[in-house]
Design a binder for this molecule. Structure first.
Ligand code: SF4
Length: 313
């Protein structure tokens, strides 16, 4: 499979008068065409900043984001507008991402008409097609968002994200606001459409089961850095970094087929303003050794595609 997205040593520092916040601090990953990369970690680990960087809502301080080999941080004007149709997003809350005064037709077709000459007939046909693909009826294009259930509104958001045949969709907590009973439906829909469109997803989710179900690869972030990265099944079956193990212990306590040790996460995530020296996880790590507070661990590839940053390996 070909790589669609390549992120190299990406950094976002927010400079305030009092301090420098290292929201994202040197992350690198690849995403292949038609595949999903899951990003997991506690709040404040840099997942949301990463998604904003990919959507070009923020610019990186350093590093590259290459989409099909082109560095998106250099995009301006019409190139940037074109990029905004190529990379789409689906957010957690279908209410807040859908404008209440717009008809579904106009919401869904928005990415299609930006910067393009599309006739009304073409627009209507494409909207009807994509609504059918997400399981809605073409006549529902005339309705307003409040006339739909939460699950249906998320289907509308998915239709809008897909209408312009994007290369990449950022899924930021796409099912966490939905009733548990309809989460699986929306996840299956996203998987089916990924196959149909050969589109890549960057999935941000707190729910580790969601990531396991959806993502081909998973990256674990801690304080702005990726501490472990592997194929999802490898990571869930053979987590190595103490932080990953702790996340899994906390979130999936009764999962039968996960090999894990019970590690309890102590304390809160430290502030990214003044992150701990050496390994940033050392104040919370039950395996911390003297060198951990002094030396930054170098990332090692412990098996093909499985990378971990920890002095234990
Ligand atoms: Fe724990 Fe040291 Fe590994 Fe950091 S480098 S996760 S402190 S053992």
């Amino acid at each position: 499979t070909d790589t669609i997205l390549e992120v190299n040593n990406l950094k976002t520092y927010i400079f305030t008068r009092a301090a420098t916040v290292k929201a994202v601090d040197g992350i690198s990953f690849d995403l292949k065409k038609g595949e999903t990369l899951g990003l997991v970690g506690e709040s404040g680990c840099g997942k949301t900043t990463t998604s904003k960087l990919l959507l070009r809502l923020e610019k990186p301080t350093e590093g590259e984001i290459l989409l099909d080999g082109e560095d998106i941080s250099t995009f301006r004007g019409s190139q940037l507008q074109e990029y905004r149709t190529t990379v789409q997003a689906v957010f957690q809350d279908p209410w807040s991402s859908l404008s209440p005064r717009m008809r579904v037709r106009d919401i869904v077709s928005e990415p299609l008409v930006v910067n393009r000459n599309v006739t009304t007939q073409e627009k209507n046909e494409r909207v009807a097609e994509v609504l059918a693909q997400v399981g809605l009826h073409s006549q529902q294009a005339n309705n307003y968002p409040h006339e739909f259930s939460g699950g249906q509104r998320q289907r509308i958001a998915v239709a809008s994200a897909l209408v312009s045949y994007p290369k990449l969709i950022v899924l930021d907590e796409p099912v966490s606001a939905l009733d548990v009973s309809i989460r699986a439906q929306v996840m299956n829909l996203l998987k089916d459409l990924q196959e149909q469109y050969n589109v890549s997803y960057l999935l941000i989710a707190h729910n580790l089961a969601t990531v396991r179900y959806m993502a081909h690869q998973t990256a674990v972030m801690y304080l702005g850095q990726i501490v472990e990265y592997a194929d999802t099944e490898e990571l869930y079956g053979n987590a190595l970094h103490p932080y990953t193990k702790a996340l899994f212990s906390a979130a999936l306590p009764s999962h039968p087929d996960l090999i894990r040790e019970d590690i309890v996460l102590q304390g809160e995530v430290p502030s990214p303003i003044n992150p701990p020296s050496g390994c940033r996880f050392h104040p919370r790590c039950p395996f911390a050794m003297p060198q951990c507070s002094e030396e930054v661990p170098v990332e090692k590839e412990v098996s093909p595609g499985h990378r971990v940053s920890c002095h234990l390996y």
